[in-house]
Design a protein around this ligand. Structure first.
Ligand SMILES: *Cc1c(COP(=O)(O)O)cnc(C)c1O
Length: 393
C-alpha cells in the first residue's frame, strides 16, 4: 500500500515498518549495533559512496532510527527526514547549517526558550544578523522579511501563550526573497498541522513531546525536501548529535498511537478551555480553539485540531498559583508537555524563569499564568480535578 496516500493514523502505524529482514517480526527490532559488517568489499564500498542502500556506522544511519525517520517523512508529506538526539539538536543543527557569517534570520519573539537563546546568545557571535519580531505582528514580519533574509524561523502555536503564526502568508513573503522557511511543529504535531503543505521548506519536531508521548525518551526530527535535508544531514553526521536506536524505538512505538492520543487531547483541551473560560477565578484562557483567541481565525485555516496545550491566568498573584497547582491531583508539576499524563507548571518559574519581569510582560506572560498540558486521562476526571483545586482558592 502506498502510505503517502493513506490517512495519518495508518501511516503512523505502518510507516517504516517491515523493511528490515526480521523473520516476520511484527515490530521493527532495536538494532543496537554501532557498525554493520560486509562480506563483499565492493558492496561495502558502494554503500559507503552512496551507490547502494545500507548501513555503515550508527552516528550516520541506523536501521531503527530509519524506521522513525520514515514515519515522520510520511506524516509530514516530505521527501526526506532525519533524526537527532533531542529537539534542540534538530533546531541548532538546522540553524548552524544554513546561517553562516553574513547571513540574516527573521523570527518571532515567542520561540521555545532554547531556540530563543540561540538567536540572542549564540548566532550574533557568528556574525549572523538576527531580527525577532512581535509574534502576532504579521505586517512587521513581512516588512522584515522583505528587507532580505536567508532564513525565516517560525513556531506555531507558541509556548506558552499559544500565539498563532500564519505559515502560508509568511512563506509567500519568504519566497519573494528566496529565504528558507523553517517551522517548529512540536505543539501542533503532524496530526493537527502540516507546515510543508502551507509553503514551509522544513518542519522540525521535538519528538520528546507528543510524538513520543510518554515522557520516557528524547529525540528531534526534521523533514523537508532532499537537497535541504542532505545539507542538514551532512552537518549532523559530523556534529554528532545523532539519535540512538533505543530512544528511536520508544518514539516510533509512541507514534503508533499518535492519532488516537492527539484526537483525545484535542477534544479534552477544548472542553477544559471552555470550562476555564467561564470560571470566575480565571482571568484569561489562551487556547487557539476558542473563538475569542487572537489567532483563532488563522488556526482554523491551517490546523485540523487545536492541540493539547492550554495556558490560563488566575485572577490573583503567584501565591494563588502555588496554592492552585499543589491542590491539583491529576497532574505532574513538571517541565515538558505532550505526554499521556497531564502536566502543569508556571512559565514564570520554569520555561521563562531566566527572563526579566519586563521581558515576560512583553511576551504577555503574567505571574499568574499556568501552562497545562492535557493528557489522555478521561476529561471528566480532569475537569473535576480542576474544579476542586479552583474551589480551594
Ligand atoms: C521541548 C521543545 C523543544 C526542545 O526539544 P528537546 O527535545 O527538549 O530538546 C523545541 N521546541 C518546542 C516547541 C518544544 O516544546
Amino acid at each position: 500500500m502506498d502510505l503517502s496516500k493513506s490517512k495519518k493514523g495508518t501511516a503512523a502505524v505502518w510507516g517504516g515498518e517491515g523493511d528490515l529482514n526480521t523473520k516476520g517480526a511484527v515490530t521493527s527490532p532495536i538494532v543496537n549495533s554501532v557498525a554493520f559488517s560486509y562480506h563483499d568489499l565492493d558492496e561495502w564500498h558502494h554503500v559507503a559512496t552512496g551507490k547502494a542502500n545500507g548501513f555503515i556506522y550508527s552516528r550516520n544511519t541506523n536501521p531503527t532510527v530509519a524506521v522513525l525517520e520514515e514515519k515522520i517523512r510520511i506524516l509530514e508529506n516530505a521527501e526526506a527526514a532525519t533524526a537527532f538526539a533531542t529537539g534542540m539538536a534538530a533546531i541548532s543543527n538546522t540553524l548552524f547549517t544554513f546561517l553562516t557569517a553574513g547571513k540574516r534570520v527573521v523570527s518571532i519573539k515567542d520561540t521555545y526558550g532554547g531556540t530563543s537563546k540561540i538567536f540572542l546568545d549564540f548566532l550574533p557571535h557568528y556574525d549572523v544578523g538576527v531580527t525577532l519580531c512581535d509574534t502576532s505582528d504579521h505586517d512587521q514580519l513581512e516588512e522584515e522579511i522583505a528587507k532580505g533574509c536567508d532564513l525565516v524561523y517560525l513556531e506555531t502555536p507558541t509556548n506558552p501563550t499559544l500565539k498563532v503564526v500564519d505559515v502560508q502568508r509568511l512563506s509567500e513573503a519568504a519566497k519573494k526573497v528566496n529565504a528558507i522557511v523553517v517551522v517548529d511543529n512540536t505543539f501542533a504535531t503532524p496530526i493537527n498541522q502540516n507546515p510543508l503543505q502551507l509553503g514551509a521548506d522544513l518542519v522540525i519536531h521535538s519528538a520528546t513531546k507528543f510524538l513520543c508521548g510518554h515522557s520516557d525518551a528524547m529525540g528531534g526530527l526534521i523533514a523537508g525536501n532532499k537537497p535541504l535535508l542532505q545539507k542538514i544531514f551532512n552537518f549532523r553526521e559530523i556534529n554528532g548529535a545523532s539519535l540512538q536506536a533505543d530512544p528511536a524505538y520508544m518514539i516510533a512505538r509512541g507514534m503508533k498511537t499518535l492519532e488516537l492520543r492527539i484526537e483525545r487531547q484535542n477534544t479534552s483541551a477544548l472542553k477544559i478551555a471552555e470550562y476555564l473560560k467561564g470560571h470566575a477565578k480565571v482571568k484569561h484562557v489562551f487556547y487557539p480553539g476558542l473563538e475569542t483567541h487572537n489567532g483563532h481565525d488563522i488556526a482554523k485555516k491551517q490546523m485540523r485540531g487545536f492541540g493539547g496545550i492550554i495556558s490560563f491566568a488566575l485572577d490573583g498573584n503567584y501565591d494563588m498559583v502555588k496554592k492552585f497547582l499543589t491542590a491539583l491531583k491529576l497532574v505532574h508539576l513538571a517541565a515538558s508537555l505532550g505526554s499521556v499524563s497531564s502536566l502543569a507548571g508556571p512559565p514564570h518559574t520554569t520555561s521563562h524563569v531566566e527572563l526579566t519581569e519586563e521581558q515576560r510582560k512583553q511576551l504577555g506572560i503574567p505571574e499568574s499564568l499556568i501552562r497545562y498540558s492535557v493528557g489522555i486521562e478521561n476529561a471528566d476526571d480532569l475537569l473535576q480535578d480542576l474544579e476542586e483545586a479552583l474551589a480551594k482558592l
